[in-house]
Design a protein around this ligand. Structure first.
Ligand code: C2G
Length: 407
């Protein structure tokens, strides 16, 4: 019996998928279809899949071409599946031509003609509003945001605003955007605002955008005082708008995996979280300028506090700080956050170098995330008996996929 295997997301199943599955089935006697899991798709940058994995599996089954449907959940699974199911032919659409030649070592690889004129992306685009994103600021982080946002459909960066005309126009030319120097005019031309300007400008930009009825994504540090943050969240709620802090770590699949594992009790009760982060920046720079709210705390605390709050919550008893100040900025800060049943500490450096790892200690074991933990691509769950230690290779896979966008 000749076994054929093929993989895909099969979102909003369409004629292109049907043709592909029919042709794949014709290559042999038995067709296995690997349907991607939701987390696998998110990990490879497919962020807008409409149907969930169960709906997609049902849609593939309903075509009648699949003799068996499996779930594809990790990078490298194709090789495992080919060996496990004794597959003779791996088939995939010609849009992937060349990308899976490495599987020739295990079975025959066939690229089938792709059906022109139809795709899930087209179907998704037809049925959804496309949001116009405006970027405030044109520095390092904004420069990374524009190309990354192109991976997401349903939203497109269309404008940039910087009060310095030359800066705005240079950035706009580089990315094919409209340039604005006036905020009100800019707000009139977008649906959603990404604030990536210097720290001290965040409050006014966020407030005006919300007042103008625009959703806001604001870079870290979001705002520099609790009362400002509370006011802005209340305003967003009143206006029924989305207001988010752009904390990427919170959306790293492997970081989410750690939080879930901890909540499941894998290390027992959490008694301590230690998170550190340091980055050396040569002066003169905004990060070391007191007048621009520089310092280790404003630069790094949002990420370390994210880990602490996600793991231990917001009901702390007290917080203590020790800072080393140079030229008016903290080049090093160590903070201890005490909870009724646990303690947490964060160590931050901007002119002091330290290890940037995350250690979550529990009554049964601990989780160790090496530097740079905030990009979370690998972690270990460790126990007293080292034979029990498990390396979260799935987490490594998630992050590798995420960074490389590899198939
Ligand atoms: N396809 C096609 N014609 C189209 C659209 C898609 O032949 N107009 C094929 C693709 O080439 C693929 C299959 O249909 O072989 C599934 O497509 P998608 O759902 O887009 O999944 P894809 O991202 O290609 O997943 O591990 C997953 C695989 O790498 C492929």
């Amino acid at each position: 019996m000749k076994k054929v295997i093929t993989y895909g997301t099969y979102d909003l199943l369409h004629q292109g998928h049907l043709n592909l599955l029919r042709r794949a089935k014709e290559l042999g006697d038995y067709l296995i279809v690997g349907v991607t899991s939701d987390s696998f798709d998110r990990g490879r940058g497919k962020l807008n899949v409409r149907n969930n994995v169960l709906e997609r599996v049902e849609a593939v089954k309903a075509t009648g071409y699949a003799d068996e449907v499996i779930i594809e959940d990790y990078l490298g699974q194709k090789i495992d599946d080919i060996q496990k199911y004794n597959v003779d032919v791996f088939a995939i659409g010609s849009d992937w031509a060349g990308k899976f030649d490495y599987l020739n070592e295990f079975c025959e690889v066939v690229y089938l003609p792709r059906t022109e004129g139809i795709s899930s992306t087209m179907l998704r685009a037809e049925s959804q509003t496309s949001y116009r994103i405006g970027v405030v600021g044109s520095g390092r982080i904004a420069r990374r945001f524009v190309p990354e946002s192109r991976e997401v459909n349903g939203a497109e960066v269309t404008a940039v605003m910087n009060p310095e005309r030359e800066e705005a126009e240079g950035f706009a030319r580089q990315f094919g955007l409209k340039a604005f120097t006036g905020y009100a005019e800019f707000l009139g031309d977008v649906d959603l605002v990404y604030v990536a300007s210097p720290h001290l400008t965040h409050y006014e930009y966020v407030k005006e955008a919300l007042m103008a009825g625009k959703h806001v994504l604001c870079e870290i540090p979001f705002l520099l005082s609790r009362s400002e943050a509370e006011k802005m969240f209340a305003l967003a709620e009143e206006k029924n708008l989305v207001l988010m802090e752009a904390s990427k770590t919170a959306y790293c699949p492997a970081f989410g995996h750690i939080v879930t594992l901890v909540k499941s009790g894998i290390i027992g009760d959490v008694v301590d979280v230690q998170a550190s982060l340091s980055k050396m920046v040569p002066p003169p720079t905004r990060e070391l300028d007191a007048a621009q709210a520089g310092g280790a705390m404003t630069e790094h605390a949002p990420l370390t506090l994210l880990a602490i709050v996600k793991l231990l919550g917001v009901d702390w008893k007290d917080v203590n700080f020790h800072s080393l100040i140079k030229d008016g900025v903290d080049i090093y800060t160590k903070g201890v956050v005490n909870y009724p049943h646990a303690t947490a500490s964060f160590t931050l450096g901007i002119g002091v170098k330290t290890e940037g790892n995350l250690v979550i200690s529990g009554t049964k074991g601990y989780i160790y995330v090496p530097a740079p933990w905030w990009l979370t691509d690998f972690f270990e769950v460790r126990y007293e008996d080292q034979r029990n230690t498990s390396t979260a290779t799935t987490a490594r896979v998630f992050a590798t996929r995420f960074r490389n966008g590899s198939p």
